[in-house]
Design a protein around this ligand. Sequence first.
Ligand SMILES: [Zn+2]
Length: 98
Amino acid sequence: MTDITAGDIVRCIDDTPSRPASRIMPDLNMLYVVAGVRPVGGGHSVRLRELAPSCHRGGACGCGRCGWDARRFRRVYRPDPDLIASLLRPICEPCDAG
Ligand SMILES: [Zn+2]
């Protein structure tokens, strides 16, 4: 089980690659924003907005299905949805500079 969901800010608590193919790893103690979480084989696979994981096809993930084990991350903050909405609200004022 994991309490991590998309949009959460998480800290990496384990940056040790579990497989030789896992070349791209998050940095220990760095903060990341979770792009998505999906159940995989009894665990959970996490994708981050800041970093694409290694792909089973090689290189950085382009297939969208790869990720890191959720146990590598600890949730530190879940932003208020109202705050997110306010940050994403487009600014429509015309620019009157000059
Ligand atoms: Zn992939």
